[in-house]
Design a binder for this molecule. Structure first.
Ligand SMILES: [Cu+2]
Length: 264
């Protein structure tokens, strides 16, 4: 090893340490930088906060329960690694998600996964019905990739009034095309954390075949919903599906996971 490569390596290590020391361990900061060692998601009983998180493989996901009830954390079948953890009221658990991909996690005591709709819904008779308790976690390689791509088309069928598929994975800058095959109009609106600027403008989808496209320039995990048929409840940290519509009790929301554009 030459002196030059040694000093360069020492410099890079120093820079990494400085960056790590400055990093604030919030989910948003971790999502942006990947420097934080752990990402924390709180379980409030009704829902999770934040509802979405991005981790690099090897980072720890802490689930902190601040609820007065236990949490039976379960992953949807599409998760690349099965998660099943019982977390008592007020307790915390550390999860190591080693396989990149998208994890839909939910509280199996209050919420069920529907294999036909491929989405969660509150269990009928659960204490918080119709509010489902769920969160989505995107785990990537250290470079932000490693997640298998899906198609970039979303359809609203005339049967279940949901976005299909519920989650997709595409590269930054890829047009994501929405088609409304339903007899009602819908709108695609981003769910924003406080102070966050909208990554795309509200997209109206007229009934009977309306289409529209969004483009997401930066890697990340984007949560959207239709405010005509679902309402975000900030004190409950989850969505309420609106009763008078056909998709009830499914929430009319969806996810776009964006990985870095291919190197040119
Ligand atoms: Cu809608």
């Amino acid at each position: 090893m030459t002196d030059t490569s040694m000093s360069r390596r020492t410099f890079l290590a120093g820079a990494a340490l400085l960056g790590a020391a400055l990093a604030v361990e919030t989910p948003a900061a971790a999502a942006r930088s990947g420097l934080a060692r752990a990402v924390r998601v709180r379980f409030h009983g009704t829902g999770f906060q934040p509802m979405t998180a991005v981790l690099r493989r090897g980072q720890t996901l802490w689930i902190d329960s601040v609820a007065a009830q236990p949490l039976q954390l379960l992953s949807a079948p599409s998760a690349p690694q099965r998660i099943a953890r019982y977390i008592g009221a007020g307790r915390a658990a550390a999860l190591r998600l080693e396989v990149p991909g998208l994890y839909l996690l939910y509280d199996a005591l209050s919420t069920r996964f529907d294999p036909v709709v491929q989405q969660v819904a509150a269990r009928s008779g659960s204490r918080h019905f119709p509010l489902p308790a769920y969160a989505a976690v995107l785990v990537t390689d250290p470079d932000g990739g490693g997640v298998p791509l899906t198609g970039a088309n979303v359809n609203i069928p005339d049967t279940s009034m949901t976005f299909q598929p519920w989650a997709l994975v595409c590269r930054a800058g890829t047009p994501v095309r929405f088609t409304n095959s339903d007899m009602d109009a819908h709108v695609v609106v981003p769910l924003l954390a406080r102070g966050e600027s909208a990554p795309f403008a509200a997209l109206p989808l007229p009934a009977h075949g309306g289409t529209g496209t969004i483009r997401l320039a930066r890697p990340g995990l984007y949560h959207y919903y239709c405010p005509l048929h679902a309402r975000y409840r900030p004190k409950e940290y989850t969505f309420e599906p609106l009763r008078q519509f056909g998709g009830f009790p499914f929430v009319m929301d969806g996810l776009v996971a964006v990985v870095p554009a291919a190197p040119v």
